[in-house]
Design a protein around this ligand. Structure first.
Ligand code: NAD
Ligand code: ZN
Length: 346
Protein backbone atom coordinates (compact mmCIF):
# COMPACT_ATOMS: atom_id res chain seq x y z
CA UNK A 1 0.00 0.00 0.00
CA UNK A 2 1.36 3.42 -0.90
CA UNK A 3 0.37 6.62 0.74
CA UNK A 4 1.50 10.11 -0.20
CA UNK A 5 1.13 13.34 1.66
CA UNK A 6 2.12 16.73 0.30
CA UNK A 7 3.78 19.13 2.68
CA UNK A 8 4.38 22.86 2.23
CA UNK A 9 8.11 22.24 1.83
CA UNK A 10 8.11 19.15 -0.33
CA UNK A 11 6.73 15.70 -0.84
CA UNK A 12 7.34 12.66 1.27
CA UNK A 13 6.52 9.29 -0.19
CA UNK A 14 5.29 6.83 2.43
CA UNK A 15 5.96 3.19 1.67
CA UNK A 16 3.96 1.24 4.21
CA UNK A 17 4.14 -2.58 4.29
CA UNK A 18 7.27 -2.34 2.23
CA UNK A 19 10.52 -4.24 2.34
CA UNK A 20 14.21 -3.55 2.20
CA UNK A 21 14.57 -4.50 -1.49
CA UNK A 22 12.53 -1.43 -2.44
CA UNK A 23 15.36 0.76 -1.18
CA UNK A 24 17.47 -0.05 -4.23
CA UNK A 25 14.87 1.70 -6.43
CA UNK A 26 14.42 4.68 -4.14
CA UNK A 27 18.10 5.17 -3.39
CA UNK A 28 20.36 3.28 -5.80
CA UNK A 29 23.65 2.28 -4.11
CA UNK A 30 25.79 4.37 -6.49
CA UNK A 31 23.88 7.52 -5.58
CA UNK A 32 23.24 6.98 -1.87
CA UNK A 33 25.10 6.89 1.43
CA UNK A 34 23.47 5.07 4.35
CA UNK A 35 23.82 6.32 7.91
CA UNK A 36 23.02 3.78 10.63
CA UNK A 37 24.03 2.92 14.18
CA UNK A 38 26.25 0.18 15.57
CA UNK A 39 23.36 -1.99 16.84
CA UNK A 40 21.39 -1.96 13.60
CA UNK A 41 24.54 -2.61 11.54
CA UNK A 42 25.44 -5.55 13.74
CA UNK A 43 21.92 -7.03 13.70
CA UNK A 44 21.36 -6.64 9.94
CA UNK A 45 24.81 -6.66 8.26
CA UNK A 46 23.56 -8.21 5.01
CA UNK A 47 21.17 -5.35 4.31
CA UNK A 48 23.97 -2.86 3.89
CA UNK A 49 25.89 -4.84 1.30
CA UNK A 50 26.65 -2.75 -1.78
CA UNK A 51 25.99 0.54 0.00
CA UNK A 52 28.54 3.02 1.28
CA UNK A 53 27.60 2.97 4.96
CA UNK A 54 28.54 5.27 7.82
CA UNK A 55 28.01 3.87 11.31
CA UNK A 56 27.56 5.98 14.44
CA UNK A 57 27.69 4.53 17.97
CA UNK A 58 24.19 3.53 19.15
CA UNK A 59 22.62 5.90 21.65
CA UNK A 60 21.58 9.48 22.29
CA UNK A 61 25.21 10.62 22.70
CA UNK A 62 25.63 10.37 18.94
CA UNK A 63 23.20 13.27 18.46
CA UNK A 64 26.15 15.65 18.76
CA UNK A 65 28.01 18.21 16.74
CA UNK A 66 31.03 15.96 16.99
CA UNK A 67 29.15 13.21 15.09
CA UNK A 68 27.90 15.65 12.45
CA UNK A 69 31.43 16.94 11.92
CA UNK A 70 32.79 13.42 11.66
CA UNK A 71 30.08 12.33 9.20
CA UNK A 72 30.54 15.46 7.06
CA UNK A 73 34.26 14.68 6.75
CA UNK A 74 33.44 11.15 5.65
CA UNK A 75 30.94 12.43 3.07
CA UNK A 76 33.64 14.68 1.61
CA UNK A 77 35.94 11.66 1.52
CA UNK A 78 33.22 9.76 -0.41
CA UNK A 79 32.97 12.76 -2.76
CA UNK A 80 29.27 13.03 -1.91
CA UNK A 81 27.69 15.83 -3.93
CA UNK A 82 24.40 17.72 -4.12
CA UNK A 83 22.56 14.79 -5.66
CA UNK A 84 23.84 12.21 -3.20
CA UNK A 85 20.95 10.87 -1.13
CA UNK A 86 21.55 10.31 2.57
CA UNK A 87 19.48 7.43 3.92
CA UNK A 88 19.00 7.10 7.68
CA UNK A 89 18.42 3.49 8.70
CA UNK A 90 17.77 3.27 12.42
CA UNK A 91 15.85 4.69 15.34
CA UNK A 92 15.11 8.33 16.06
CA UNK A 93 18.73 9.09 16.83
CA UNK A 94 19.82 8.04 13.34
CA UNK A 95 16.94 9.72 11.49
CA UNK A 96 17.49 12.96 13.47
CA UNK A 97 21.20 12.98 12.64
CA UNK A 98 20.60 12.08 8.99
CA UNK A 99 17.88 14.71 8.52
CA UNK A 100 20.02 17.41 10.10
CA UNK A 101 23.17 16.52 8.16
CA UNK A 102 21.20 16.32 4.89
CA UNK A 103 19.80 19.79 5.46
CA UNK A 104 23.23 21.40 5.91
CA UNK A 105 25.69 19.34 3.85
CA UNK A 106 26.43 21.44 0.73
CA UNK A 107 23.44 23.59 1.75
CA UNK A 108 21.14 20.63 1.48
CA UNK A 109 21.05 17.19 -0.13
CA UNK A 110 18.07 14.82 -0.39
CA UNK A 111 17.43 12.30 2.35
CA UNK A 112 15.20 9.30 3.01
CA UNK A 113 14.46 7.28 6.14
CA UNK A 114 14.04 3.63 7.02
CA UNK A 115 12.92 3.80 10.66
CA UNK A 116 13.80 0.60 12.54
CA UNK A 117 12.18 1.27 15.94
CA UNK A 118 8.46 1.53 16.60
CA UNK A 119 9.00 5.02 18.01
CA UNK A 120 10.88 5.97 14.87
CA UNK A 121 8.09 4.64 12.65
CA UNK A 122 5.24 6.46 14.37
CA UNK A 123 7.05 9.58 15.49
CA UNK A 124 10.72 10.47 14.99
CA UNK A 125 10.89 9.82 11.22
CA UNK A 126 7.62 11.65 10.55
CA UNK A 127 7.09 15.39 10.35
CA UNK A 128 10.44 16.69 9.13
CA UNK A 129 11.91 17.89 12.42
CA UNK A 130 15.48 16.86 13.12
CA UNK A 131 18.00 17.85 15.72
CA UNK A 132 21.17 17.28 17.69
CA UNK A 133 21.91 18.00 21.34
CA UNK A 134 24.33 20.47 22.85
CA UNK A 135 25.54 18.67 25.96
CA UNK A 136 22.41 18.05 28.03
CA UNK A 137 20.25 20.47 26.05
CA UNK A 138 18.13 18.33 23.78
CA UNK A 139 17.57 19.21 20.12
CA UNK A 140 19.16 22.64 20.43
CA UNK A 141 20.38 22.61 16.83
CA UNK A 142 18.04 21.41 14.15
CA UNK A 143 16.01 22.22 11.10
CA UNK A 144 12.66 21.30 9.63
CA UNK A 145 13.07 19.42 6.38
CA UNK A 146 10.96 16.64 4.94
CA UNK A 147 12.57 13.41 3.74
CA UNK A 148 11.90 12.28 0.15
CA UNK A 149 10.60 8.94 1.39
CA UNK A 150 9.96 6.89 4.49
CA UNK A 151 10.19 3.14 3.94
CA UNK A 152 8.40 0.96 6.50
CA UNK A 153 9.89 -2.51 6.75
CA UNK A 154 8.29 -4.07 9.82
CA UNK A 155 10.73 -7.00 9.80
CA UNK A 156 13.22 -4.75 11.60
CA UNK A 157 10.95 -4.72 14.65
CA UNK A 158 11.54 -8.42 15.41
CA UNK A 159 14.76 -7.57 17.25
CA UNK A 160 13.44 -4.69 19.39
CA UNK A 161 13.73 -4.99 23.16
CA UNK A 162 10.60 -4.95 25.36
CA UNK A 163 11.52 -1.44 26.52
CA UNK A 164 11.69 -0.16 22.94
CA UNK A 165 8.29 -1.71 22.14
CA UNK A 166 6.75 0.04 25.13
CA UNK A 167 8.49 3.31 24.23
CA UNK A 168 6.75 3.20 20.86
CA UNK A 169 3.38 2.34 22.37
CA UNK A 170 3.55 5.36 24.68
CA UNK A 171 3.56 7.63 21.60
CA UNK A 172 0.82 5.54 19.98
CA UNK A 173 -1.39 5.97 23.06
CA UNK A 174 -0.59 9.69 22.88
CA UNK A 175 -1.95 9.93 19.31
CA UNK A 176 -5.12 8.16 20.37
CA UNK A 177 -5.62 10.50 23.31
CA UNK A 178 -5.12 13.73 21.38
CA UNK A 179 -6.85 12.96 18.15
CA UNK A 180 -8.23 9.54 17.31
CA UNK A 181 -10.17 7.27 19.67
CA UNK A 182 -10.09 4.53 17.02
CA UNK A 183 -6.43 4.08 17.92
CA UNK A 184 -7.39 3.64 21.58
CA UNK A 185 -10.08 1.14 20.57
CA UNK A 186 -7.54 -0.90 18.60
CA UNK A 187 -5.24 -0.92 21.62
CA UNK A 188 -7.90 -1.80 24.17
CA UNK A 189 -8.51 -5.27 22.80
CA UNK A 190 -4.85 -6.09 22.11
CA UNK A 191 -1.38 -6.37 23.65
CA UNK A 192 2.21 -5.89 22.53
CA UNK A 193 2.47 -9.64 21.94
CA UNK A 194 -0.70 -9.55 19.81
CA UNK A 195 0.76 -6.89 17.51
CA UNK A 196 4.10 -8.70 17.36
CA UNK A 197 2.33 -11.70 15.86
CA UNK A 198 0.19 -9.71 13.43
CA UNK A 199 2.34 -7.41 11.28
CA UNK A 200 -0.64 -6.36 9.14
CA UNK A 201 -2.62 -5.15 12.13
CA UNK A 202 0.49 -3.43 13.46
CA UNK A 203 0.93 -1.76 10.08
CA UNK A 204 -2.64 -0.42 10.24
CA UNK A 205 -1.95 0.96 13.68
CA UNK A 206 1.30 2.60 12.51
CA UNK A 207 -0.50 4.12 9.51
CA UNK A 208 -3.20 5.50 11.82
CA UNK A 209 -0.55 7.20 13.95
CA UNK A 210 1.36 8.57 10.97
CA UNK A 211 -1.93 9.96 9.67
CA UNK A 212 -2.60 11.78 12.95
CA UNK A 213 0.91 13.25 13.06
CA UNK A 214 0.84 14.24 9.38
CA UNK A 215 -2.47 16.03 9.67
CA UNK A 216 -1.23 18.02 12.64
CA UNK A 217 2.14 18.78 11.02
CA UNK A 218 0.46 19.73 7.75
CA UNK A 219 -1.69 22.25 9.61
CA UNK A 220 1.27 23.76 11.47
CA UNK A 221 4.69 22.75 10.20
CA UNK A 222 6.54 25.44 12.15
CA UNK A 223 4.93 24.57 15.54
CA UNK A 224 3.27 27.86 16.24
CA UNK A 225 -0.08 26.31 17.14
CA UNK A 226 -1.68 22.88 16.83
CA UNK A 227 1.65 21.05 16.43
CA UNK A 228 2.09 21.68 20.15
CA UNK A 229 -0.67 19.12 20.74
CA UNK A 230 1.92 16.46 19.93
CA UNK A 231 3.54 17.39 23.24
CA UNK A 232 0.71 15.75 25.21
CA UNK A 233 2.36 13.98 28.16
CA UNK A 234 5.72 15.54 27.31
CA UNK A 235 5.60 18.58 29.62
CA UNK A 236 5.90 16.79 32.93
CA UNK A 237 7.20 13.74 31.02
CA UNK A 238 10.30 15.69 30.12
CA UNK A 239 10.80 16.59 33.80
CA UNK A 240 10.53 12.89 34.80
CA UNK A 241 13.02 11.97 32.09
CA UNK A 242 15.56 14.60 33.11
CA UNK A 243 15.21 13.98 36.82
CA UNK A 244 15.05 10.20 36.98
CA UNK A 245 16.74 9.14 33.70
CA UNK A 246 13.89 6.86 32.74
CA UNK A 247 13.24 5.93 29.10
CA UNK A 248 11.39 8.49 27.01
CA UNK A 249 8.18 6.50 26.53
CA UNK A 250 8.00 5.64 30.22
CA UNK A 251 8.37 9.32 31.11
CA UNK A 252 5.70 10.29 28.59
CA UNK A 253 3.41 7.64 30.12
CA UNK A 254 3.81 9.25 33.55
CA UNK A 255 3.35 12.67 31.97
CA UNK A 256 0.10 11.54 30.32
CA UNK A 257 -1.32 10.43 33.67
CA UNK A 258 -0.45 13.84 35.14
CA UNK A 259 -1.97 15.61 32.13
CA UNK A 260 -5.16 13.50 32.36
CA UNK A 261 -5.60 14.38 36.00
CA UNK A 262 -4.99 18.07 35.28
CA UNK A 263 -7.56 17.71 32.49
CA UNK A 264 -10.10 16.43 35.01
CA UNK A 265 -9.64 19.67 36.97
CA UNK A 266 -9.27 22.07 34.07
CA UNK A 267 -10.96 20.88 30.91
CA UNK A 268 -13.70 18.43 31.86
CA UNK A 269 -12.11 15.03 31.24
CA UNK A 270 -13.94 12.41 33.28
CA UNK A 271 -12.15 10.25 35.83
CA UNK A 272 -13.45 7.21 33.89
CA UNK A 273 -11.54 8.45 30.82
CA UNK A 274 -8.36 8.91 32.87
CA UNK A 275 -8.82 5.35 34.05
CA UNK A 276 -9.06 4.11 30.43
CA UNK A 277 -5.73 5.78 29.63
CA UNK A 278 -4.14 4.44 32.80
CA UNK A 279 -5.26 0.88 32.05
CA UNK A 280 -3.96 1.13 28.49
CA UNK A 281 -0.57 2.25 29.77
CA UNK A 282 -0.46 -0.75 32.10
CA UNK A 283 -1.53 -3.03 29.24
CA UNK A 284 1.39 -1.78 27.12
CA UNK A 285 3.82 -2.29 30.00
CA UNK A 286 4.26 1.36 30.83
CA UNK A 287 4.43 2.93 34.30
CA UNK A 288 1.52 5.01 35.60
CA UNK A 289 2.98 6.25 38.86
CA UNK A 290 6.21 6.80 40.68
CA UNK A 291 7.43 8.83 43.63
CA UNK A 292 8.83 12.19 42.68
CA UNK A 293 10.32 15.25 44.25
CA UNK A 294 7.80 17.98 43.61
CA UNK A 295 10.29 20.81 44.13
CA UNK A 296 12.81 19.38 41.69
CA UNK A 297 10.03 18.69 39.18
CA UNK A 298 8.88 22.31 39.39
CA UNK A 299 12.46 23.53 39.03
CA UNK A 300 12.80 21.65 35.75
CA UNK A 301 9.41 22.79 34.47
CA UNK A 302 10.41 26.39 35.16
CA UNK A 303 13.80 26.00 33.53
CA UNK A 304 12.42 24.56 30.33
CA UNK A 305 13.39 26.77 27.41
CA UNK A 306 9.90 27.00 25.95
CA UNK A 307 8.34 28.68 28.99
CA UNK A 308 8.20 32.12 30.47
CA UNK A 309 8.52 32.67 34.20
CA UNK A 310 4.91 32.63 35.42
CA UNK A 311 3.02 30.19 33.26
CA UNK A 312 3.39 26.91 31.46
CA UNK A 313 1.61 25.58 28.37
CA UNK A 314 0.05 22.21 29.09
CA UNK A 315 -1.63 20.01 26.55
CA UNK A 316 -4.86 18.83 28.14
CA UNK A 317 -7.87 16.82 27.01
CA UNK A 318 -11.51 17.87 26.81
CA UNK A 319 -12.29 14.23 26.21
CA UNK A 320 -10.45 11.25 24.75
CA UNK A 321 -9.53 12.17 21.18
CA UNK A 322 -9.85 15.92 21.70
CA UNK A 323 -6.88 17.92 23.00
CA UNK A 324 -6.31 21.60 23.66
CA UNK A 325 -3.49 23.90 24.72
CA UNK A 326 -4.03 25.49 28.11
CA UNK A 327 -1.74 28.05 29.68
CA UNK A 328 -1.59 27.38 33.40
CA UNK A 329 0.05 29.36 36.19
CA UNK A 330 2.91 27.38 37.75
CA UNK A 331 1.06 27.56 41.05
CA UNK A 332 -1.85 25.55 39.62
CA UNK A 333 0.52 22.93 38.27
CA UNK A 334 2.38 22.72 41.57
CA UNK A 335 -0.83 22.30 43.55
CA UNK A 336 -2.05 19.64 41.16
CA UNK A 337 1.27 17.76 41.15
CA UNK A 338 1.39 17.78 44.98
CA UNK A 339 -2.18 16.56 45.24
CA UNK A 340 -1.35 13.67 42.86
CA UNK A 341 1.38 12.55 45.23
CA UNK A 342 -0.94 12.77 48.22
CA UNK A 343 -3.87 11.22 46.38
CA UNK A 344 -1.66 8.16 45.91
CA UNK A 345 -2.02 5.85 42.99
CA UNK A 346 -5.55 5.45 41.86
P1 NAD B 1 17.25 5.19 19.29
O1 NAD B 1 17.48 5.63 17.91
O2 NAD B 1 18.32 5.48 20.28
O3 NAD B 1 16.94 3.63 19.28
C1 NAD B 1 16.74 2.96 20.50
C2 NAD B 1 17.66 1.74 20.60
O4 NAD B 1 17.18 0.74 19.72
C3 NAD B 1 19.10 2.03 20.19
O5 NAD B 1 19.95 1.31 21.04
C4 NAD B 1 19.17 1.46 18.77
O6 NAD B 1 20.47 1.06 18.41
C5 NAD B 1 18.24 0.29 18.89
N1 NAD B 1 17.63 -0.19 17.66
C6 NAD B 1 17.24 0.52 16.59
N2 NAD B 1 16.61 -0.29 15.71
C7 NAD B 1 16.63 -1.52 16.23
C8 NAD B 1 16.13 -2.78 15.80
N3 NAD B 1 15.46 -2.91 14.66
N4 NAD B 1 16.33 -3.85 16.60
C9 NAD B 1 16.97 -3.72 17.79
N5 NAD B 1 17.45 -2.57 18.26
C10 NAD B 1 17.28 -1.47 17.48
O7 NAD B 1 15.91 5.80 19.91
P2 NAD B 1 14.40 5.93 19.40
O8 NAD B 1 13.57 5.61 20.57
O9 NAD B 1 14.17 5.24 18.12
O10 NAD B 1 14.30 7.49 19.11
C11 NAD B 1 14.59 8.43 20.12
C12 NAD B 1 15.22 9.65 19.48
O11 NAD B 1 14.29 10.17 18.54
C13 NAD B 1 15.53 10.77 20.47
O12 NAD B 1 16.79 11.30 20.19
C14 NAD B 1 14.44 11.79 20.19
O13 NAD B 1 14.86 13.11 20.45
C15 NAD B 1 14.19 11.58 18.72
N6 NAD B 1 12.85 11.98 18.31
C16 NAD B 1 12.74 12.85 17.28
C17 NAD B 1 11.50 13.25 16.86
C18 NAD B 1 11.38 14.19 15.70
O14 NAD B 1 10.29 14.66 15.40
N7 NAD B 1 12.47 14.46 15.01
C19 NAD B 1 10.34 12.79 17.49
C20 NAD B 1 10.48 11.88 18.53
C21 NAD B 1 11.74 11.48 18.94
ZN1 ZN C 1 7.98 11.68 22.58
Amino acid sequence: MQYAVTFPTGTTEYLFRSNWEKLKELAPPDRAVIITDSNVKELYPERFEGYRTLVVPAGEKSKSFHTINDLAHKLIHFQAHRKTMLVGVGGGVVTDITGFLASIYMRGVPCGFVPTTLLGMVDAAVGGKNGINIELHKNMLGTIRQPKFILYDASFLSTLTDTEWSNGFAEIIKYGCISDVRILNMLESSTIQYFQKRPDTLNDLIMGCVDVKNKIVHADEGETGVRKLLNFGHTSGHAFETLYHIPHGYSVALGMVVACRLSEEQTGLSSAETEIVRQLLVRYQLPTHRKYDIHKMMEILRMDKKRNAEEVDYILLHKLGKACIKTLPFETVETALSSFIHAGQR
